[in-house]
Ligand binder design. Sequence first.
Ligand code: RB5
Length: 145
Amino acid sequence: MLVAIGSDHGGFRLKEEIKKYLTKNGVAFSDFGTDSTESVDYPAIARDIAKAVADGQCQRGIIVCGTGIGVSIAANKIKGIRAALCHDEFSAEMSRAHNDANVLTMGERVIGVGLALAIVDKWLSTQFEGGRHAKRVAMLAELEN
Ligand code: RB5
């Protein structure tokens, strides 16, 4: 699995912590920026990551901004993307098990590093349950047309 990861300036520090965590745990990732805390526009970074996931270049995406909200809105505008804004482990688990979320978004200004890394761990390790949820995910795709 290759994870596309990125942030705007508001999520840069947490993005770097997540990269360290992924490296430590042997998870391959591709960094889409940004590279500093200098102000950048979050929709462009969210778009690039969402497209990489939608195209199959990467299997999952993780995007961080100040709140996680802007990048979530942006990523969900790309066809094939199911981005979930999660600030607790239960939501992260359910976003995978029930919604087959392929992008995780978080806000650096909302949660601490420890919780964010626990969320990443839960989100990456939880499988989609399929079954009755597969029909509902297919219905989500129909909404894109
Ligand atoms: C940047 O100041 C902030 O607006 C951005 O990181 C994000 O929180 C937007 O949703």
